[in-house]
Ligand binder design. Sequence first.
Ligand SMILES: [Fe+2]
Ligand SMILES: [Fe+2]
Length: 407
Amino acid sequence: MRPSVSAKPRILIVDDESAVLASLQRMLQPHSADWEVRFSANAAEALASMATQPVDVVLADLRMPGMSGAQLLIEVAQRYPDTVRIAFSEPTDQELVLKCVNTTHQFLAKPCDAGTLGAALGRALNVDKLVCNDQLKSLVAQLRTIPSLPDVFHELQRQLALPDASVELVGQTIARDPAMTAKLLKLVNSAFFGLNRKVSSPADAALLLGLETIRMLVLWAHVFSADSSPPVPGFSLDTLSVHSMSVGRLARDIVAMERGNAKMRETAMTAGLLHDLGKLVIAVNYPDLMTETIALAQRDNLAFDVAERQIFGTDHAEVGAYLLGLWGLPLELVEVVGFHHRPSLCASETFSALTAVHVADVLQRESEPLHAVPAELDEDYLATLQLSGRVAEWRNELMVSGPGMKR
Ligand SMILES: [Fe+2]
Ligand SMILES: [Fe+2]
């Protein structure tokens, strides 16, 4: 069990070099009133320390004699699944970092300054504070995998094997799959790569990481996995991916109609692709809960997110936002994902990518016969933005020829 919410958050830092530990200790000194920080010189000591008293966050050096930090983080993931795991490594250790993408929440490169270290730890603890739902935390922390569409995965493998592979085409292929896009953005936005800006588009992420890194991720780090749909009646990975792509494109086109800039169009496109990632996470990792939710929604004619909250105390929007927040994706993406069904809960009161994704999701679902209960527009929110009248125009302009036809 993790420590109670009211206790001071506990952080454990593991590194075999005493000079590194001493320097981290100095950097964290200003936080001593808020955080309880413990230090261990090796993996065995760290596990013994956690057995005595669990921690909220573990930051581990990936290369250590005896049990490596990479192995330690896997061990922590198994024994204490709801502990946030941060990898700490030399910039030259890219291969090792890539291998840890599935078991690690964040990455830090050595040496790191006090600001970067504080920000990484703060983010790990803050997403916890934002979401006070313990069920959600343990649900997300324990998830094992987020699969990709087999067709897209195999197409990516094929492209990467070409001697003249094109990073643009590779980026476009990744942008067809929510899971791959999320993982690529997780990596490129991590402190490990030290970029001074947040990256929101899979095309930019592919360009920045380069073909060699993406080859490593796909071919031997097994960061992306192709999988068939989870065994949930009424749920299909294919259908969800097509829906997500369509919402992304439609949201981008709504932003274009409202003369939003290129950055907003890009955010709307990616956020649309990622908006239902939480559904995928739940269906794959908790197929029984998803099956129950689908049955309840159909039986009682409930909106899907209402049924989700009845079954497991949270919904796919929160699950997706929590996960992406933990991974360090740009805040504007996290917000759109988190509020896509109820944008009025978000503080923003001007037209944004959130508006576009919310409306695009509802319009797209009108054209999909799968949904027993139609999604509802957040009318109060649209009225506040004085956009209630625009929805019909977006529908007429962009949906007339059927989804995807005008785009
Ligand atoms: Fe949704
Ligand atoms: Fe959706």
